[in-house]
Design a protein around this ligand. Structure first.
Ligand code: AMP
Length: 281
């Protein structure tokens, strides 16, 4: 497995692979990899000749009061996992390599970025779209793999690719969970053992909400209230949002008529903010 830290190293390899007519799959990550990331890499391995994993904690997608400095990192462990899954190249640049002095160019998708996480993280999705655009250009990938764990991100990246005519297929992959149902996340490491147990309330609440929707409940307020009440029954859980939006434009709705995304963001204890969701097509 090639370990690249510069954009030029990646481009040199890509040029050679393209010359040989090989297809390239890209898995963008912020590292501290777990089985959720592994599922994306495995899918890319199956579908593409060459697999690139980017491992980069992207500073421009973090707000000033967010956890950029403390975001967990373990590049050696990431390399081991990537290598065991047959990754061809891991790209691990320094922030200065990605953002040169005088960097002033940003990509953003409005409307879809306005609700859900966009409300409490106003610069987040422009940071994501910008880094993802750069990674698409650097890797010249044919396909890129994203988890439904970050459903809003997946919808936004798909829209950016459609609207701006990127030559890449976006593949959405299902949420991978712990045995007890907690969605796998690099941020789960922040939870102490008591918080870890109580964080299960997200999955419990969403499972009940999904059941209601699948049984035919159309009233969004009712479903949201059910989810919110279950989460708020746990004293150390503080709701950032519980929302149901249409799974196309990510706008709030009153009635469930077409495909929906139900998403929650919840603080467990003082600082750990977890997200989870379900989609009903
Ligand atoms: P991150 O490193 O958190 O930025 O995530 C990188 C990619 O892995 C994103 O496309 C995420 O949606 C995806 N991902 C993270 N956690 C999971 C999970 N539990 N299941 C599926 N995909 C995930």
């Amino acid at each position: 497995m090639i370990k690249a830290t510069t954009i030029n190293e990646v481009k040199e390899n890509v040029r050679e692979w393209k010359r040989q007519g090989l297809t390239i799959g890209l898995v963008p990550t912020m590292g501290y990899l777990h089985e959720g990331h592994a599922s994306l890499i495995e899918r890319a391995r199956k579908e593409c000749d060459k697999v690139i994993v980017s491992d980069f904690v992207n500073p421009i997608q973090f707000g000033p009061k967010e956890d950029l400095a403390t975001y967990p990192r373990d590049f050696e462990a990431d390399c081991k996992l990537c290598e065991s899954l047959g990754t061809d190249l891991i790209f691990h640049p320094e922030p200065e390599e990605m953002y040169l002095d005088g960097f002033h160019s940003y990509v953003g998708v409005d409307t879809l970025s306005a609700e859900l996480c966009g409300k409490s993280r106003p610069i987040h999705f422009n940071g994501v779209c910008t880094v993802v655009s750069k990674l698409f250009n650097i890797s010249e990938a044919d396909k890129a793999y994203f988890g439904q764990k970050d459903a809003q991100q997946l919808a936004i990246v798909k829209r950016m690719v459609r609207d701006l005519n990127y030559n890449i297929d976006i593949v959405g992959c299902p949420i991978i969970r712990e045995d007890d149902g907690l969605a796998k996340s690099s941020r789960n490491i922040y939870l102490n053992s008591d918080e870890r147990k109580k964080a299960l309330i997200l999955h419990k609440a969403l499972t009940k909400g999904e059941e209601l929707v699948r049984e035919g409940e159309k009233d969004v307020k009712k479903v949201i209230k059910t989810i919110r009440d279950i989460i708020e029954s746990e004293p150390i859980a503080r709701v950032d949002y519980v929302e149901i939006v249409d799974w196309n434009e990510l706008q709030k709705i009153d009635k469930i008529e077409g495909p929906i995304l139900a998403a929650v963001a919840v603080y467990i204890g003082e600082k750990v903010r977890l997200i989870d969701n379900f989609v009903v097509e």
